[in-house]
Design a protein around this ligand. Structure first.
Ligand code: SAH
Length: 248
């Protein structure tokens, strides 16, 4: 038996590149997106009542993950890249049907001329991600306080983030141009330290991620045992910034 899935819509997201996207939903509350739906799924009627729910499940396709031969084991970057576990014990994109599942905050159901769009936040979705389905989050059934997962027991440890003076000014200008609060978003994303955990923080190395049409560049500083991030520029995209591909 096989099934053909038709996307019902697409995600318009702040994340224009894979590197730096949080490793799960719910980790960066400042990350916003709009879910747009294709006809006939965009009818406001199909969303009637949804405004009574604070959160949603979004089922989507990891469309930017290249399908290859099935590999039963993965090395999650979170585990330092040196422990391999079964793909079905992870939330990694390299799964047989490339189906993703994220729980996000529903900020607004926008209805215009009988068509609905959903404004969400706290997501981990790449711009252009195809949406397969959405469902309301049902706290009594979906929140399980007694549950545990010893592979991913806690959210990532946060590291300090600061901005150089020029980067802060660029950030303020770009925020005004885009009409987006970029500083809290960048702070939340970089505090999670997107660097693959097997790489030592190297102050000489410049890292960059893309947000909207911007390249956000940073480097690491070391002080004794601790390290943190300094954002060094927030600029309209150019092609000469060294870019890391996704480490997921
Ligand atoms: N919450 C989801 C996703 C977890 S993996 C789930 O559990 O199924 C999260 C990573 O997926 C992000 O770090 C991002 O790099 C990657 N990602 C998000 N959207 C993607 C897409 N459309 N294609 C490929 N990778 C994507």
């Amino acid at each position: 038996m096989s099934f053909t899935l038709e996307p019902i819509g697409v995600v318009q997201s702040c994340f224009s590149g894979k590197f730096g996207i949080p490793r799960q939903s719910g980790l960066a509350s400042a990350a916003r997106a709009v879910l747009e739906f294709y006809p006939p799924f965009d009818q406001a009627e199909a969303f009637s009542g949804l405004e009574e729910c604070s959160h949603l499940w979004v089922e989507f396709i990891f469309h930017q993950f290249k399908v290859g031969e099935f590999r039963p084991r993965v090395r999650p970057p979170r585990l330092g890249g040196n422990r391999s576990i079964g793909v079905f014990a992870t939330r990694a994109p390299n799964r047989p049907n490339r189906l993703g599942l994220s729980v996000v905050r529903l900020d607004q159901v926008e209805v215009r001329q009988g068509k609905a769009r959903l404004h969400i936040s706290g997501h981990d979705l790449l711009d252009g991600t195809p949406i397969i389905d959405i469902k309301p989050y049902v706290p009594y059934a979906d929140a399980l306080p007694q549950s545990h997962n010893s592979i991913a027991p806690a959210p990532p440890t946060l590291i300090p983030v600061r901005f150089s003076q020029p980067a802060l000014e660029q950030c303020q200008n770009e925020s005004a141009r885009l009409g987006q609060a970029l500083q809290p978003l960048i702070e939340q994303l970089l505090a999670q330290d997107p660097r693959p955990q097997y790489q030592q923080p190297d102050p000489e190395r410049r890292y960059a991620m893309t947000l909207f049409d911007l390249d956000v560049a940073w480097h690491y500083w070391l002080e004794g045992e601790s390290h943190g991030v300094e954002v060094c520029s927030v600029r309209r995209q150019t092609s000469d910034v060294r870019r890391l591909t996704s480490d997921v």
